[in-house]
Design a protein around this ligand. Structure first.
Ligand SMILES: *Cc1c(COP(=O)(O)O)cnc(C)c1O
Length: 370
């Protein structure tokens, strides 16, 4: 007889479903007997360019120090971020991916007596970090797949401690424009922390989407989180950061693990931050690929949710799960999003032109089978 340990877990944890990541290439290769090089993965919003030469070099340079603990305060990376973004280092918190930042916020500020507000169809990590600390998750219905900030403001109660907003949002790609964000920030009580998750901000090329950094001086309750996993191309290394008032950063730093960002990640992020050419090329590939996917979907008679990220949520007009499975058999991995309340959509990451074409050809094949 063994103990049912799940029944001992905190109630919020018992009710959680584990995060489901995009299917790894190696896993699909094993399952279907495919060669990894024949598989296209457009499932996790990763940068299709591969790491930049500057990053490879930085990692090689950091290798000699592998036996030493990393700089637990990430001095060099914080200095570089502060200079680039025009913020003070005292307001920067480094994270093991920006997921780490999202978790630090609830661990530092939220308890079982509190509520956390976010939107339907928003990033799956928000309910996880909320329920992990025993708090009540309040998911607010979306408007046209995007955040309904009026409804979110109305959902704030005296028990609310944190509001999560993703801009642009994943998995929908929807974005919030400047006036709407400003009206929301003005309306939120000053003791409620607004986490503005800007994981895709480097892909935004239009000026209708606000830059959270601009609002930090005016709103001491604002925390902007960003990542090196997407446009900077370092998803495997796990490095992200939070920008906030120094008081919030101080609280986050009290609960984080002392060496949460490893040395290779610190060195790589520093190099990536200075590699402007890589970012420009990443945006170009994304802009082109977005057009290619939109044109391809239009040709197939499919609609999609307009996106400002490096991915597109495509409406199949029917249950997407069987199409996802059939695409796997063609060696194409995309992301089903039924767990986000979007059973008819597939989320497809913008890849290289030939990868996008592989996906469109496979999709056409699969859909033609009815
Ligand atoms: C990908 C993503 C992140 C980044 O996660 P990391 O832990 O930094 O890799 C954060 N928020 C959203 C909305 C994302 O889509």
């Amino acid at each position: 007889m063994s103990c049912d340990f799940l029944s001992l877990a905190r109630p919020g944890v018992q009710k959680l479903s584990p995060y489901v990541p995009g299917k790894p290439v190696e896993e699909l290769a094993r399952e279907f007997g495919l060669r990894p090089q024949d598989i296209v993965k457009l499932a996790s919003n990763e940068n299709p360019l591969g790491p930049s030469p500057a990053v490879r070099e930085a990692i090689a340079g950091a290798f000699a120090e592998l036996t030493r603990y990393p700089d637990g305060n990430g001095f060099a990376l914080k200095q570089a971020l502060a200079a680039k973004l025009g913020v003070d280092t005292a307001g920067i918190t480094l994270g093991n991916g920006s997921n780490d930042i999202l978790e630090l916020v609830t661990r530092a500020f939220v308890g079982p007596e509190h509520e956390v507000v976010f939107s339907d169809h928003a990033f799956a990590v928000y309910p996880i970090v909320t329920q992990a600390v025993g708090a009540k998750a309040v998911s607010v219905p979306a408007k046209d797949w995007g955040h309904d900030l009026d409804a979110m403001a109305a959902a704030i109660t005296p028990a609310t401690r944190v509001v999560f907003i993703a801009n642009p949002n994943n998995p929908t790609g929807t974005w919030i424009e400047r006036p709407a964000l400003e009206a929301f920030l003005d309306r939120v009580p000053e003791n409620v922390i607004v986490v503005l998750d800007e994981a895709y901000t480097e892909y935004v090329e239009t000026d209708d989407v606000p830059n959270g950094v601009d609002y930090l001086p005016r709103y001491p309750n604002l925390l902007v989180s960003r990542t090196f996993s997407k446009a900077y191309g370092l998803a495997a290394l796990r490095v992200g950061y939070g920008l906030s008032s120094p008081v919030i950063a101080d609280a986050l730093n009290r609960v984080r693990q002392p060496f949460n960002v490893n040395s290779l990640a610190l060195a790589a992020a520093l190099a990536a931050l200075q590699d402007e050419a890589y970012l420009i090329e990443s945006r170009r590939i994304n802009r082109q690929g977005m057009q290619q996917l939109e044109d391809g979907c239009a040709a197939l008679g499919l609609s999609w949710i307009p996106s400002r990220g490096n991915f597109l949520a495509i409406d199949l007009g029917r249950e997407a799960a069987p199409v996802f499975q059939a695409l796997l058999r063609e060696g194409v991995i995309v992301r089903p999003v039924a767990n986000y309340g979007m059973p008819n959509h597939l989320r497809v990451t913008i890849g290289l032109p030939e990868e996008n074409q592989r996906f469109l050809d496979a999709l056409k094949q699969v859909l033609s089978r009815g």
